[in-house]
Design a protein. Structure first.
Length: 155
């Protein structure tokens, strides 16, 4: 018999009907700054403390690897750093990742909560989709460029 896991998140998450397209790159490994290529991901939910996204890349679940995520929410370019806490392989061959944002202070958390609340209202009223980088055939999202599974090559 399996127990249902209790939601341990500190902040609510907004679940996107149409995923948010974002870019991702490795920022640091074991505290050392690294330069890597950028990959596109689809964010399925986001909150002040973290997010869930899908990618065709096989990423490490390792807290010593910090990723930088860049996205547009309500015309605001947002950069967040986070660590991958979990990974699930999906039936379509892609991977779903859970991320915990790091290096955030109370002001950044409050700004993120306000931004997500405003975004929810705008999307519900169908006025925020152009102000956010939503996934579509016009974006460079991983779903639209037909790539196969790729292992991130620095590990």
């Amino acid at each position: 018999m399996s127990e249902k896991r209790e939601n341990q998140r500190r902040y609510f998450r907004h679940h996107f009907e149409i995923p948010l397209c974002a870019s991702m790159r490795i920022a640091t490994i074991d505290g050392r700054v690294v330069e890597t290529k950028t990959a596109f991901i689809c964010i399925h939910d986001i909150g002040a403390g973290g997010m869930k996204f899908q990618s065709h890349l096989k990423l490490p679940v390792n807290q010593s690897v910090i990723f930088n995520f860049s996205m547009k929410i309500l015309e605001k370019l947002l950069d967040k750093q986070g660590e991958v806490l979990r990974c699930n392989k999906l039936e379509n061959g892609a991977y779903e990742y859970g991320v915990n944002f790091v290096h955030t202070n109370e002001n950044e958390t409050q700004e993120m909560l306000v931004l997500i609340s405003k975004m929810q209202i705008a999307l519900r009223n169908k006025v925020g989709q152009n102000a956010c980088s939503m996934c579509s055939q016009k974006t460079n999202c991983y779903k639209s460029n037909g790539k196969k599974e790729v292992e991130y090559g620095v590990f």
